[in-house]
Every structure is written in structure tokens, then in C-alpha cells.
Design a protein around this ligand. Structure first.
Ligand code: FE
Ligand code: CA
Length: 527
């Protein structure tokens, strides 16, 4: 406790030193200091605030020589953060040992009110393919120590890669039992394919409740991200492994498509909301400055290379997609086949096709949001029936065909698609022609379940039945958890790790099913 008061004193003392203490002068001082480079330390003021690192620390965006370190100074996390409106210098340290005795890189970043006192420090000049430890220091208060790692050199041939992918961690659906177990895994990194937060309001019957009504502006989205980041298991998993995140819909609003929300708001109204949501997302994720939003636009898609073993194309299938076709989201109509419809936008699509074709890596991985495989729910009632969830790639079949057709025609091998969104587990073959079971399998899709988010119990059996009728699907499960992947040059293994309960954070976990993809042989085989 002794050191606890010092960090905020730095901030408050920056105000008193300049002699602005009350009234209009104080307001002027606050305005001036918020543009000032730093606050300065001096004097003694009471420090009734909790420690500044109440939202934890994180790292992400690993390359062979750099990582991004993240934290946010937030003594009052759920009410705007509680920081005075001044810039605060935050020191970061990177060491080669957990005790932080051998510091190899250090620097100072200003946490500014314009970014909710979040910190994004890009640390360069690191050695490839090794673990590091890091922490932040503000006013004599040190954060907990986190662990992170760099990727191998682009032309290196690492023997193996282990990671987990996760999605859909609705706070009010339950507890992060899955992250508690994930922290015990031997992983190199974690991929998050979206629904990191949910935008829903307060549900009094939920196991734990959201902080307030549906966020629509920047302060409310910041508070929502802060709520999620107060979870000790989410903090622990971030402190243990670097993250590679992308968003899906709930970071903004359920099932939005480009500039359209699900309520039919005018696009300019929704884009203002999207701008706030993207801003808060960027602020709270360990991602690089390339992604700093400009108004409602945010460049999130990018690729990361794990040596010559794997290249991850991390996709954004929300921001640039055409509006949902047909009359309702669960339906079918000829309009969904319109070749001008896009899931990624033309620019991202061209980039993806190039990345797939030119990557020298053995495995070409799409880390993305919604189910890519055709999933005809109409087969449940009629062998000739057609009924699709048009929020998925089934709403964009021409775009899907362009990508899978490209993989097929260029002979691109070892394409693996990682998917979230559905809150159920699946494994699927991605076919050259989904209408013809005898057609070539082009790529492999693993749909992870959710960390917590629910799927309606009364529809689970229908989803199971549909899985059996869509014969390119090979696996179905309704449990919660994540997928652990172990990859080498000869093969890819995915383990579906399923927790016993999300209502008891101490519940156990088991590997429910494992699948293998052999190098150059698309399609997963159950082990
Ligand atoms: Fe979700
Ligand atoms: Ca979703």
C-alpha cells in the first residue's frame, strides 16, 4: 500500500505546481495541461484512488522484432476512468527475465485524455522467436509483470506453433472459466476473432450484469470495454500471451453490415456510433497505430507471419460488407447471389487473394468472424429447402466463390479458416461446389465455440440436425470453450477444449474432440 498513493500524486501535483487550484483558473489549467506534454510531480495530495492499472496489461501484434504493449490508467474504470484531464508519462520496460532484472528495452509514452489514458507502446529491436517480460511504471507504481513473445524471422522454419483461438465472451452470459484454463496451456499466442465485448444493456437475470444500457457514444463504449477488462481471468490471459484480435459485430452493434445497423437507422447516425465503437475498440486492444480510426473508418485487416510455417490473414468482414440481402436475416432470395455483393470490400478482397497466392508460408490461415461454409438450415424441413443465416458468408456467396475459386484455380494449399460468431463448435470442409458433395474440398474451416456467449437451447437440436444434413460438416457441439491448435510443417491439429460450466469459474475442462489436417490434404479428419 505504501507506494500506492504516489502515482496519482504525479498527476494532481502537476496541477498544483502551476498554481492553478480553483475556479476558472483551474479550468484553464486543465485545458492547457491536457495539451501539455506531461504532468509534473510535486507536493502531497491525498490519493483516494485505487491503483492505476485496474484494467490490467496486454501485448499483441507480434512480429519477428517487435510487439505492442498496452495498458490504460483507470483508477475509476467504470466511470470514464477517473483520470484528471492531463497527459501522464508512463514508463515501460521489457526484460529477458520474469524478475525484470535484465531490462533490454525501455521507453516513455504519454497516456493522454484524448485516448482515455490508454497506452500503446510499439517496442522494436527485439530478438526473434523468444519470450520477454514487460511492465509499466507510473509515478513509482509498477504494474504487474506480463509475458509476451516475438515471432520467428520471416524466413525461419520454426518446428512448431501453438496457439488458441477464442471468440464471443459475453460478460453477462457467465464467467471466464475458459480463460482460466487457457492460461495453463503451452501457447505462443492467442487469436481473438471477435465479440470481445457485447453491446447489450442490463439483464437482471444474468449471472453477472452489464454496467448500464446499450452504449452508443464514446464514453459508454469506453466504460463497457473497461467493465470487461476488470475480469481477472481476462487480465491474466492477456498478461500471459500476446493477442492477435479482430472484431465482429458486437463490438459495435448486433449484425451490422457496413453502414447499416439492424434497426434501419440513417447511415450517418449509425456511422457516428460506429466511429465511437471503433475508437473505443482501438483504445482497448494491443494493436498497432496503423489501426487508429479516422472517424468511422478503421484499418484492421492485416497479415502476420510466423516464419515460413504460417501466415495469418486477419480479416474484417463487418466494416466493408454489403447490406444483408433479402427480407429477413434468416431467409433466402436470388438477391444474395448478386456478384457485386462483397463481404470484405474490393480492396481487402484483392489483398486477401494476393496474400493467399504469394505467401511463402506452409499454412495460410484466415482469422475471421462468421461461418464461411454453406449452412443450409432449410434441409431440416425439406430436402429441397433453402434457408440461410444471411449474416454469414451464405449472404455473400459470390464473394465466397471468388475466394475459394481462387484457392482452387491457383492450387493454393493448406488454407485453414478460423471462425467465431455462432457460439457452437463445428468443423467443415470448404467445397468447390457446396451443392455437390463429390466436388473438391478446397480448404478447412474450424468454428470455435464461444467463451461464454449463449445459443438458444431450444434451437440447439435444430442446429445439430442441420449439421448432419449439410454433409460437408463433420462436427457439432454446444459446449463453451476455445480451440487449441498445434501446427508443424506436416500437419495441423485442432483440439476442441470445452469447459464443464461457465457458471462456476472453478469448473474443469476437457478435450472433447481433436482433428487433424494433413499437409496438402484439405479437410479435417477426426483423431
Ligand atoms: Fe458472439
Ligand atoms: Ca457475432
Amino acid at each position: 500500500m505504501r507506494e500506492r498513493k504516489s502515482w496519482i500524486r504525479v498527476v494532481d501535483d502537476g496541477l498544483t505546481r502551476r498554481g492553478f487550484v480553483t475556479g476558472a483558473a483551474a479550468l484553464a489549467a486543465l485545458a492547457a495541461l491536457s495539451r501539455a506534454p506531461v504532468a509534473r510531480a510535486m507536493g502531497v495530495l491525498p490519493a483516494p484512488f485505487p491503483p492505476p492499472f485496474a484494467l490490467g496489461i496486454a501485448s499483441g501484434e507480434p512480429t519477428s522484432q517487435s510487439v505492442v504493449l498496452w495498458t490504460r490508467l483507470a483508477p475509476d474504470p467504470l466511470n470514464g476512468g477517473g483520470m484528471p484531464p492531463v497527459a501522464v508519462p508512463v514508463k515501460w520496460e521489457v526484460a529477458v527475465d520474469e524478475a525484470m532484472q535484465k531490462v533490454v528495452r525501455t521507453g516513455v509514452v504519454n497516456a493522454v485524455p484524448e485516448s482515455a489514458h490508454t497506452v500503446h507502446a510499439r517496442v522494436s529491436g527485439l530478438a526473434p522467436d523468444r519470450w520477454y517480460w514487460y511492465r509499466f511504471i507510473v509515478g513509482g507504481e509498477a504494474s504487474p509483470v506480463g509475458r509476451t513473445r516475438t515471432f520467428p524471422l520471416p524466413n525461419a522454419s520454426p518446428a512448431r506453433m501453438r496457439f488458441a483461438f477464442a471468440s464471443c465472451q459475453s460478460w453477462d452470459a457467465g464467467f471466464y472459466t475458459a480463460y482460466r484454463h487457457m492460461a495453463d496451456e503451452d501457447l505462443d499466442f492467442v487469436v481473438h476473432v471477435g465479440d470481445y465485448i457485447y453491446e447489450g444493456g442490463v439483464d437482471p437475470n444474468a449471472p453477472r450484469s452489464h454496467d448500464g444500457p446499450e452504449p452508443k457514444d464514446l464514453p459508454a463504449y469506453r466504460n463497457r470495454h473497461a467493465l470487461y477488462k476488470t475480469d481477472p481471468y481476462l487480465q491474466a490471459i492477456h498478461a500471459k500471451f500476446p493477442f492477435i484480435p479482430t472484431f465482429d459485430d458486437h463490438e459495435v452493434e448486433n449484425n451490422y453490415a457496413g453502414d447499416r445497423d439492424e434497426n434501419g437507422s440513417p447511415p450517418d447516425v449509425f456511422l457516428a456510433r460506429r466511429a465511437a465503437a471503433y475508437r473505443a475498440y482501438w483504445e482497448h486492444m494491443p494493436i498497432g497505430s496503423y489501426a487508429v480510426p479516422v472517424g468511422p473508418d478503421m484499418r484492421l485487416y492485416r497479415s502476420l507471419r510466423f516464419g515460413r510455417l504460417a501466415e495469418f490473414a486477419v480479416l474484417d468482414t463487418r466494416q466493408y460488407r454489403s447490406p444483408t440481402p433479402c427480407d429477413s436475416e434468416l431467409s433466402d432470395c436470388p438477391a444474395r447471389f448478386d456478384p457485386s455483393r462483397t463481404m470484405t470490400g474490393p480492396k481487402q478482397e484483392q489483398w486477401l487473394l494476393r496474400t493467399l497466392e504469394l505467401s511463402p508460408a506452409t499454412w495460410r490461415v484466415l482469422a475471421q468472424q462468421v461461418i464461411m461454409a454453406q449452412f443450409n438450415l432449410g434441409l431440416i424441413v425439406d430436402p429441397e429447402g433453402t434457408l440461410f443465416n444471411l449474416d454469414q458468408w451464405d449472404g455473400y456467396p459470390a464473394a465466397r466463390n471468388r475466394i475459394l475459386g481462387h484457392v482452387l484455380s491457383r492450387g493454393i494449399s493448406n488454407v485453414v479458416v478460423l471462425t467465431g460468431d455462432f457460439h457452437l463448435s463445428f468443423v467443415a470442409d470448404l467445397k468447390a461446389d457446396f451443392g455437390d458433395p463429390a466436388s473438391a474440398t478446397v480448404a478447412t474451416e474450424f468454428v470455435g465455440t464461444s467463451i461464454t456467449s449463449g445459443f438458444p437451447a431450444n434451437l440447439t437440436n435444430l442446429a445439430r440436425a442441420a449439421t448432419a444434413l449439410n454433409t460437408h460438416f463433420k462436427f457439432f457441439d454446444a459446449g463453451k470453450g476455445y480451440v487449441r491448435c498445434e501446427v508443424d510443417r506436416m500437419g495441423w491439429r485442432s483440439d476442441y477444449r470445452i469447459v464443464d460450466s461457465i457458471l462456476d469459474v472453478n469448473a474443469g475442462i476437457r478435450t472433447l474432440a481433436s482433428f487433424h489436417v494433413e499437409e496438402s490434404v484439405p479437410g479435417a479428419v477426426r483423431i
